[in-house]
Ligand binder design. Sequence first.
Ligand SMILES: Nc1ncnc2c1ncn2[C@@H]1O[C@H](COP(=O)(O)OP(=O)(O)OP(=O)(O)O)[C@@H](O)[C@H]1O
Length: 298
Amino acid sequence: MTARIEIENLNQFYGKKQALKEINLTIETGMFGLLGRNGAGKTTLMKVLSTLLPKSEGQITVCKRKVEHAQAVRNITGYLPQEFSMYPNMSVYEAMDYLGVLSGLPKSQRKQRIPELLERVNLQDSRRKKVKQLSGGMKRRLGIAQAILHDPKVLIVDEPTAGLDPEERVRFRNLLCEIAENRIVILSTHIVGDIEATCEHIAVLDRGEIIYQGTVSELIGQAEGRVYQAEISKSELEDLKQRCIVTSMLTLGNNVMVRFLSEEKPFASARPCDAGVEDAYMYLMQGRGGETGCSDSY
Ligand SMILES: Nc1ncnc2c1ncn2[C@@H]1O[C@H](COP(=O)(O)OP(=O)(O)OP(=O)(O)O)[C@@H](O)[C@H]1O
C-alpha cells in the first residue's frame, strides 16, 4: 500500500513570526527531498510532521492519521533530528536495546530486530563499541537504525550529511534510498548534491514558502538553454558577476573557467552547456535576495 502525507494550507507561527506560509504538499512512498537555505523553514516543517511541534493552522494527515493525534502519528514515524546524540557510554547494542525498551518493543522482538538493523546499517561489527567511539558517519547510521526500530512507514531526516566525508555521505545516501523502497523518506537539506543523487520528487522552501515542487528533471528543464561556460580573465569575471549568476568557477592560472546563467549568449566565446540541478536551483533562487552560495569547482 502506498504511504501518503497530505499537507493543506499549513501556516506555522513562532509567536508573531510566521515560519511557514500556506504550505500545500503531497508526499508519497519513496525519497522526497526538501531543499532550502538556512532559515527557510525546513526544520519547522519536519518538526510539525513528526508531531514535535503542534501545528498552528491547516490540515495534515500522515498515512490517514491527523497530526493532532500525536501518538498515532509517532507510532508510524521515525525522526532523525539535525543534532542527534544518544547515550555515549552505552555500547551500540545496549543503546539500541534501551531505545527498544522505551518504545515498548517486547524482548523477543528486540532480540530479532536489533541485529537485523545493525546489519542493515553496516554496524554489526561495531555492536560492542561505545557510542562515543563511533565516527560521525557511523553515528548517523546508528541514528537511522534507532529511527526505524519500530518499522515506521515514514522516516524524516533533517540535514543528515552535514559534516560527513564524501565516502560516508555516499554510503549514507544509499542507505536512505534502500530504506525508501517501501516507505516515505523525507530528506531535508541545503546541500543540492544530496538531492540530485537520491530524490526524484522535491520541494524547495524559501522564507517559509514553497517556491517549487515537482521532479528534479522538471526543475533542471527550467534552466535548460540558459547555462554557459567560458574561460575568461579575472577582471572579466568581476564584470560577468555583475550581469549574470555564476554557478561555479575553477581557477586556471590567470584565467578562470566559469559556468553561469544567462538568458542569451552573452559573448562569442561562451559555450552553451547542459543544465545541472545546481544551475537549476540557482536559476530558481535568482532575484530572491540573500546568499544562495556557489560551488568552487566542477
Ligand atoms: N523557536 C523559535 N522561535 C522563533 N523563531 C524560530 C524558532 N525556530 C525557528 N525560528 C525561525 O523560523 C524560521 C525557520 O527556521 P527553521 O529552523 O525551520 O529553518 P531551516 O530551514 O530548518 O534552517 P536551518 O537549516 O538553519 O535549521 C527562521 O527564520 C528561524 O529563525
